[in-house]
Design a protein around this ligand. Structure first.
Ligand code: NAD
Ligand code: GLY
Length: 366
């Protein structure tokens, strides 16, 4: 098992990565579970596959697991499910010093984390991430949120978990497309800040996707280390360091908006293609070589992720796509910061990008 510490004054916590952590959840959470009753929020897919494992560990240690099972999918990050979850936690008499377990992907982690942030002005929670995306990104760093009709993740809070248990065994049941979406976030850490890790991904990406446990442990551990470093430096995304994690997200957001935030393009797939576009746009601006931009595109395609805007077959112009960017929540006083590349492993924030220029670039790519 690998253990990474997210260092935050007074609120540091461990991320443990390894096999069999859910089967030992009672032992892993230790003294954080102060009462017999243990509230657990999950979704129906994860409950079907992993509830028994968690139940066995908790009941074997004389705990009383209490389950709140939500419908699977992004739709559960809603006011309605938030209020149902909070009411359920109140009925379970959860107190401020207690810990709620969030067993699931980013949807469950974001919703449960937000419920924990507002319940009794903030109680504890433990992330048990069951998707690759949640293990390498959403369970670490304390961003919690729900969606509203006005947009994704518009209502939320920074609220750090007390512990994250990333059990590699859960990846065995994860559908291939969801693995790909998570892998996009893995390779992102290489592209934005670590050329050596990017090269490792070029060599080993196929092993990660094929279920090689050693490759998965390395990929998750290195990703978490990178995220932990960035979060420790810029927890609230005020200095710009954390904003680099948005590499590929501005282009990706426009693609998600154009495809109606639907299954046509998963978030991670949009980020993957968005990173290729960020690399190609950086090359167009003379910041990186065309060969480096192509390396990014090749590595993304090798993981089975989309790397060509033309191949998406969108019925939209560059202007339409750039128009979606105006509604990006990263808009700041009329400007939209873009994460671009000076090289592989050298991302930077450019606050001076012309959306007209981006629209022309996208027209070329379409
Ligand atoms: P998700 O939680 O919807 O999970 C994807 C699908 O996989 C769901 O159908 C789920 O039921 C299923 N699933 C989960 N674990 C499984 C397993 N082990 N086996 C089989 N099926 C399983 O989606 P996600 O991709 O994990 O997360 C996406 C969400 O994360 C978005 O809402 C996004 O906004 C959020 N996010 C948050 C952060 C953050 O920093 N808080 C970062 C990135 C993404
Ligand atoms: N996923 C982006 C962040 O945590 O800041």
């Amino acid at each position: 098992m690998a253990v990474i510490c997210v260092e935050l004054a007074g609120r540091s916590y461990e991320v443990r990565v390894g096999e069999g952590l859910l089967a030992d959840v009672a032992g892993q959470c230790g003294a954080m579970l102060r009462k017999k009753r243990v509230p657990i929020v999950t979704d129906e897919n994860v409950a079907r596959l992993w509830r028994e494992t968690v139940d066995a560990s908790l009941t074997g240690a004389e705990f009383d697991p209490r389950w709140h099972v939500l419908p699977a999918g992004e739709g559960s990050k809603s006011w309605d499910q938030l209020s149902r979850t909070v009411e359920w936690l109140l009925a379970e008499e959860v107190e401020r010093g207690d810990h709620i377990l969030a067993l699931g992907g980013g949807v469950i982690g974001d919703l449960t984390g937000f419920a924990a942030a507002i319940l009794k002005r903030g109680c504890g929670f433990i992330q048990l991430p069951t998707t690759l995306l949640a293990q390498v990104d959403s369970s670490v760093g304390g961003k919690t949120a729900i969606n509203t009709p006005a947009g994704k993740n518009l209502v939320g809070a920074f609220h750090q978990p007390s512990l994250v248990l990333a059990d590699l065994n859960v990846l065995e049941t994860l559908p291939g497309r969801e693995m790909g979406a998570g892998y996009a976030e893995v390779i992102k850490y290489g592209i934005l800040g670590d050329a050596g890790f990017f090269a490792w991904c070029e060599e080993n990406g196929a092993k990660v996707m094929a279920g090689d446990k050693a490759a998965q442990e390395y990929a998750v551990t290195e990703s978490v280390k990178a995220k932990a470093r960035i979060v420790a430096e810029d927890e609230r995304e005020t200095t710009g360091a954390r904003a680099l994690l948005n590499l590929g997200h501005t282009f990706g957001h426009a693609l998600e908006a154009e495809t109606g935030f639907s299954d046509r393009l998963l978030h991670g797939e949009a980020v993957a293609l968005g990173m290729v576009l960020a690399a190609r746009y950086s090359a167009r601006r003379g910041l990186i070589s065309a060969a480096d931009a192509q390396r990014v595109a090749t590595a993304i395609a090798a993981a089975g992720l989309p790397n060509s805007l033309a191949a998406l077959g969108l019925n939209a112009s560059g202007t339409t796509l750039a128009g979606h960017m105006l509604h990006d929540k990263k808009m700041d006083a009329g400007t939209l910061p873009f994460v671009l590349l000076k090289g592989i492993g050298q991302a930077f924030l450019d606050r001076d990008v012309s959306l007209r220029d981006v629209a022309d670039f996208l027209d070329e790519q379409l």
